[in-house]
Design a protein around this ligand. Structure first.
Ligand SMILES: Cc1cc2nc3c(=O)[nH]c(=O)nc-3n(C[C@H](O)[C@H](O)[C@H](O)COP(=O)(O)OP(=O)(O)OC[C@H]3O[C@@H](n4cnc5c(N)ncnc54)[C@H](O)[C@@H]3O)c2cc1C
Ligand code: SF4
Ligand code: SF4
Length: 346
């Protein structure tokens, strides 16, 4: 096959598709808007305590190394897709544009895979939760980045033995903010972070408020037990309001029909995954968004193909996923591409 597959997005999904295609002798071009590969996972910390907590984040390093050293994968960081012409029967063309410049290049392509990912929910619209207004209120993404860059002191300040509250489902499972679905990753990510914080300072006391805990997967039960063994307090409830009170946070929690009042030193909001705005090339292709704004794939039983021939999707651009499910979906997409190429005798 002479013409490569163009993959837009160099996160876990894009890198997984590229790697599986490369393993089957199929060339691809990974077009990544940022200057680095890895997508969001490149910002998340290793959550290992005395033991690996299986967050899967380190798998992205291996994926990046593979992409950068494979003869079958051309990596274009700092580039994006301007348009794709999927005309049947003639060569398909991808118009690539260097990010922030007017430079453009045309690549002949066999197919297009969209793996443009998600964006973390911005809790600014939840004014009563105080994020951006109260210095002691963080998102899971912010604490993840601080852990990754060895700047946890910006979270703890000069205090030992903090009382920390996690609030789950912020911007997920929430019809009022347009995110009435489960973001899949955050219950386990919050439990891992709770264990990591306690590992860093065993005097930290963690309470985790949840709607119900989503612990699907082989290791969810073990993670819950580890958190309970370390004294993580688990309470059903959602935050109504977070206020400043003498350098602490006074929190009103709606729990089982009652309003609880509790005081904490720090709050961590477990923000959900939200769709990126539809890119102009997606709209030009005639693809639409689903009820929540994610790119619509063909149907539930064929979630890798789209309504446009030779245009595929993978990963969180078409719905929220953790890393394991992103890899699994990207694997299905690579299989679908190879099946279609075989069918066409390519
Ligand atoms: C705070 C937080 C913590 C998390 N922790 C975990 C965890 O511990 N374990 C876990 O399993 N999951 C975790 N997740 C979920 C995990 O981040 C996702 O499963 C994963 O990032 C999905 O990968 P992706 O490739 O679909 O998307 P992304 O990671 O969003 O990658 C998409 C890539 O596409 C690029 N892109 C977008 N548009 C364009 C364009 N037009 N042209 C070129 N490039 C483009 C982006 O720059 C990005 O590099 C976490 C999520 C959050 C928010
Ligand atoms: S899976 Fe996660 S916790 Fe385990 S070593 Fe890798 S990054 Fe660390
Ligand atoms: S994984 Fe947990 S925190 Fe995340 S949306 Fe689902 S139930 Fe809420």
């Amino acid at each position: 096959m002479d013409r490569p597959i163009v993959i837009v997005g160099g996160g876990v999904a894009g890198l997984t598709v590229a790697r599986l295609l490369a393993g089957n002798g199929i060339k691809s071009i990974v077009v990544e808007r940022e200057n680095n590969l890895g997508g969001h996972v490149g910002q998340w910390a290793c959550m290992a305590t005395d033991t690996c907590l299986r967050c899967h984040c380190c798998s992205v390093e291996e994926m990046v190394n593979y992409a950068l050293t494979s003869d079958m994968i051309e990596v274009r960081t700092g580039w994006e897709l301007a348009s794709f012409s999927p005309s049947a029967g003639i060569a398909k063309e991808a118009l690539l544009k260097q990010t922030g410049t007017a430079r453009e290049e045309i690549e002949q392509a066999e197919a297009l895979v969209i793996t443009t990912g998600f964006q973390p929910y911005n809790p600014a619209e939840k004014i009563l939760l105080g994020h951006g207004r109260l210095d002691q209120v963080f998102t899971l993404a912010e604490v993840d980045s601080l852990l990754r860059t060895d700047k946890l002191s910006l979270f703890t300040g000069d205090r030992d033995g903090l009382k920390v509250a996690f609030f789950q489902c912020v911007g997920s499972r929430d019809a009022s903010s347009g995110g009435n679905y489960c973001s899949q990753y955050c219950c386990q990510a919050a439990l891992r972070m709770a264990l990591k914080l306690i590992h860093e300072d065993p005097r930290i006391a963690v309470t985790l408020f949840y709607i119900d805990l989503q612990l699907a997967g082989k290791y969810g039960g073990a993670l819950l037990k580890a958190a309970q063994d370390k004294g993580v307090r688990l309470l059903q409830g959602v935050p109504g309001e977070i206020r400043n009170s003498n350098d602490s946070l006074e929190v009103i929690i709606e729990s089982q029909g009652q309003n609880l009042h509790e005081t904490f030193d720090r709050a961590i909001l477990s923000i959900g995954q939200r769709p990126n705005a539809l890119e102009s090339f997606v709209e030009q292709l005639g693809l639409s968004a689903d009820d929540f704004g994610f790119i619509q794939s063909k149907d539930t039983l064929d979630s890798s193909r789209t309504s446009v021939a030779d245009v595929y999707v993978a990963g969180t651009c078409c719905g929220p996923k953790n890393i394991e499910n992103t890899v699994s979906h990207a694997g299905q997409t690579a299989e679908a591409i190879m099946a279609d190429l075989r069918r066409k005798g390519i």
